[in-house]
Design a protein around this ligand. Structure first.
Ligand code: SAM
Length: 237
């Protein structure tokens, strides 16, 4: 899979995606992530990429020409990638959307700045607008990082040894509590069942904890979740 990020601030990204899990996945060739500097495509002789909004009002608007030319530069051989504009006006990102996007061959994430981008760019190249929450950021870069990270870890081989089936939001529930050594820390002990080595009982305990903590932390998710007869029994025990 390939992710192209169109931004005025490409340097923000290397530190985030050069290291750790995503950095290793890139080095292994499991996915390609490129950062394209929109400014390097401006035809303005002073290097300008924004201008005042028509109709007055405060702030600046990103001009269409540099964005369009930056976009064309990542469309090789006449291909049409799936283009997403990071925007507080988009539908709110979630795990399901991350899985869906991970199925695509090539996505382009467009990061706005200032007051946003000229509307005609949305009409001409954008397939979808995605928000990372109902608040306003100064630019789309942090949003594009969040989307890239969540999509990249859905690609086979990127996350080693993780159990994606029980992870929070994969199945409408939150994950059970996790513990590591030592068995006692500041007088708090690891639940005995996890030290028992009894796989079936550990599995049941984890399922019950997952149900209980979803109910406590995210009652909205719990209400929508379809409990099985086994789940109901676990909660009664
Ligand atoms: C200050 S915002 C522009 C907000 C715009 N004037 C509005 O009211 O809808 C600048 C840029 O940050 C990005 N951005 C801001 N909040 C975001 C969010 N919640 N999710 C995704 N991108 C966001 C977008 O790319 C946007 O173009």
């Amino acid at each position: 899979m390939k992710i192209d990020i169109l931004t005025l601030f490409p340097n923000m990204f290397e530190a985030v995606f050069g290291d750790s899990i995503i950095g290793r996945a890139r080095a292994k060739g499991l996915l390609e992530i490129n950062f394209t500097d929109i400014r390097s495509y401006t035809l303005d002789k002073h290097g300008k990429v924004d201008d005042y909004p028509y109709g007055a009002g405060g702030g600046m608007v990103m001009a269409p020409q540099p964005i369009f030319d930056a976009y064309k530069s990542v469309c090789k051989n006449g291909e049409k990638p799936y283009v997403i504009y990071m925007s507080p006006q988009g539908s709110v990102f979630n795990q399901k959307k991350a899985s869906d996007l991970a199925q695509k061959e090539h996505i382009v994430l467009l990061c706005g700045h200032y007051e946003g981008v000229d509307e005609r760019i949305l009409e001409e190249i954008v397939d979808e607008e995605i928000s990372i929450g109902d608040y306003v950021l100064t630019g789309g870069e942090i949003a594009a990082m969040a989307v890239t990270d969540a999509v990249a870890r859905m690609i086979s081989g990127v996350v080693q040894n993780g159990n994606s089936l029980t992870e929070s939001h994969s199945d409408g529930l939150l994950e059970y509590p996790q513990y590591t050594r030592p068995p006692e820390f500041h007088g708090r002990t690891v639940p005995e069942i996890l030290l028992s080595g009894h796989d079936a009982n550990i599995k049941k305990w984890r399922r019950k904890q997952s149900l209980l903590r979803t109910k406590a932390k995210r009652p909205d998710m719990f209400e929508k979740y379809q409990l099985t007869e086994e789940d109901k029994k676990l909660l009664e025990d």
